[in-house]
Design a protein around this ligand. Sequence first.
Ligand code: ADP
Ligand code: MG
Length: 414
Amino acid sequence: MIFVGATLCGRPIFLGEIMNSADIIAYVKEHGIFDRNAELSCQEIGDGNINYVFRLADKATGKSVIVKYADELLRSSGRKLCTDRSRIEAETLILHNQLSPGHVPEVYHYDHAARLIVMQDLADYENMRYALLARKTFPTFADDISTFMAQTLIRTTDNILDPMDKKALVKSMINPEMCLISEKLVFTEPYTNHYGTNTPFEENTEFFKKELYGNEALCLEAAKLQDSFKTNAQALLHGDLHTGSIFVKSGSTMVLDPEFAFYGPIGYDVGNVVANLIFAWVNAEVTMPNGNEKSTFQTWLECAIRDTVDLFYSKALRILKNEATDRMAQTPGFAEWYMQNVMSDSAGMAGLELNRRIIGDAKVADIAGIKDRDARKRAERICVLYANKLILGRNKRYQSGEEYLKTLREIRIL
Ligand code: ADP
Ligand code: MG
């Protein structure tokens, strides 16, 4: 057994050792997060493939915290994965909280050696993916998420940060193993099945052969977008900004789980949000009976898509125009040129996220959870055809939210 360098109440922690409830309770008491005499409940509530997430609550006061533990071995497959992701997650949460307060859970304590993050419990929030599947709407969502993205992304670019600070942050946030996962799952597999990990829905096998693997023009665009993902150290990205990383309640939006954070192209985060709103829209399209309820819900989603894009654009542009510290970034026309590229990237990345969640092995409940096989077949086709329009048309269209909706209306008639 390999000692990782940390101890828990005097007991050494070994590589690959899974923490249990008793360990976690001992840990939070030892570090003064709860009183030594407190009677605590501890429940493992993780639902992802990667880490362990515990909710600890004081039975007397009801005070609770979340403890996230990054094991050396993946929770799902047992494969090894670097634990530096835990440092990157903790540091990103702290930075995001400074840049966009009120949109990120507060970090109370981080232990590098033990790979433990103790943070605010969002007990009264719900996972946005499942909230959307329950047809709930969140009127402040577009405003909240566009603020979060404009603040965390634009303020970590070369335009705003001190040049030495920016370079130091790029270096500290280099996240090779997590980036490799995205490079493989988002950019490579959907277009090649190179590693043989795709899990296509049987009824669409031939459709995917034509629209994805056999679509040479599309594969070339995916290759170009991957190059941008690998080389464009534009801003500190969240890196996994899907609706399962967003927790919502009425009037408030929180973004968690930035373990894929790294310096990459801004459009990757923006595109992820848009794509995951599209999944919710497509789910409603194929599973809800036509009528008022469906039209109200889809109209809300369409406004959320349009406003997320447009509000992000205007907030980002405002920061660039008013607060750029780099002398050349102050050149008239630069901010508009910069944002034009960001919007093109966003459309392309949204398309890639749509495709990879359909054909790849990391599926989303919005689509893979559709029970009726014909409905699922249609949902997948809508997503892929929509995605391909975004990827191939990203340099001509999609500078505004309305462009995304126009394409959605064209695709709906399929
Ligand atoms: P993973 O990196 O393993 O995917 P996540 O950070 O996504 O882990 O957390 C998994 C689940 O744990 C979330 O879907 C949520 O239900 C719960 N969770 C994580 N962090 C919090 C938090 N701060 N407050 C409340 N629940 C949380
Ligand atoms: Mg995660």
